[in-house]
Write a protein that binds this ligand. Structure first.
Ligand SMILES: [Zn+2]
Length: 309
């Protein structure tokens, strides 16, 4: 790893220190300016920098739809995937909307420190089973989204309220503290969708405890594992979109079944990415899910999925 180790003990690490953009990322270049670490990200992550889509993109341009979404010219090899994991671990969970000032969520004060960046990079929770996520047939932005989810790095209500942002940090549907696990698993909207998948695809999709479930599924082999990540990503991305609509746009789902059709639409949208040899299994699962969704279809139901970023 190495590369910036000698800079870690530099004393000037306050929020007003030299590495943090005062303008919230609108005047600061993501790869070329030293905004997150003492060195520019392009230097710290050379393999990624070699395949970035736009060298001079601004920090704010790489944060869209509530997630980090830097663009690259092609899919990753192993070295690049490993660098991306480190990069995603180091990025703050969110850019603040109101004040347009980035804030660092790893410390309760919201202040950036190099030691908290170091911890995020090298001492994150070990989840070796999540490695195969990068082989899944998914758009890169969705891989990154799931990676952030597994690291508990999505800007959920609980995370955002730590920064003293407006909002009470509670789920608008259930009134309980809105953690990532709540959004993806215990929220009533999530339970509905999980139950649908479980009833359609059988007991392998019955999850009592999210982390245990993920670990068991991710230990499957070959095509089964790739398709597991595909479906899990579609499920999570659907729930995150439902949540964002409620929290950000204040639009509540009118029919619980809307999320089911949204899930199917994402699977359809990503289906060209499925490897040839996995396609028969994928198509069979998709047919089963569609058949299970038929009873929900209202005559006037026209549901367009949100575009994949
Ligand atoms: Zn809820």
């Amino acid at each position: 790893m190495g590369g910036f180790g000698c800079n870690l003990s530099r004393p000037n690490t306050s929020a007003a220190g030299p590495y943090w953009p005062a303008s919230g990322g609108r005047g600061v270049r993501f790869w070329l300016d030293p905004w997150l670490l003492p060195v520019p990200l392009g230097i710290r992550f050379p393999a990624l920098f070699a395949i970035k889509a736009s060298p001079s993109s601004l920090v704010a341009e790489n944060f869209r739809d509530g997630i980090w979404n830097p663009l690259f010219r092609r899919a990753f090899n192993e070295v690049e995937a490993s660098e991306l994991q480190s990069l995603m671990g180091a990025l703050p969970a969110a850019l603040s909307e109101g004040k347009d000032v980035a804030s660092w969520l790893l410390l309760p004060s919201g202040e950036f420190s190099v030691s908290s960046a170091y911890k995020a990079l090298f001492q994150g929770p070990a989840r070796p089973w999540s490695g195969p996520l990068w082989e899944a047939p998914l758009p890169l932005s969705i891989c990154i989204f799931v990676w952030q989810l597994l690291r508990d790095r999505l800007p959920s209500g609980v995370e955002v309220s730590k920064r003293n942002d407006p909002g009470d940090g509670r789920c608008p549907l259930c009134g309980t503290p809105e953690s990532c696990t709540h959004i993806m698993f215990s929220c009533s909207a999530a339970q509905f969708l999980w139950n649908f998948v479980w009833e359609a695809l059988g007991p392998t999709w019955q999850a009592q405890e999210l982390e245990e479930f993920l670990q068991a599924q991710a230990n499957r082999t070959g095509g089964g594992r790739r398709l597991f990540w595909l479906l899990f990503a579609a499920l999570s991305w659907t729930l995150w979109n439902v949540r964002n609509k409620m929290v950000i746009e204040r639009i509540f789902p009118t029919r619980a079944s809307d999320s089911v059709f949204s899930l199917l639409a994402f699977l359809q949208q990503w289906s060209p990415l499925v490897r040839l040899r996995d396609r028969p299994t994928f198509k069979s699962s998709l047919r089963t899910l569609r058949a299970a969704a038929l009873p929900f279809a209202a005559p006037s139901s026209t549901l367009a999925p949100s575009p994949t970023p």
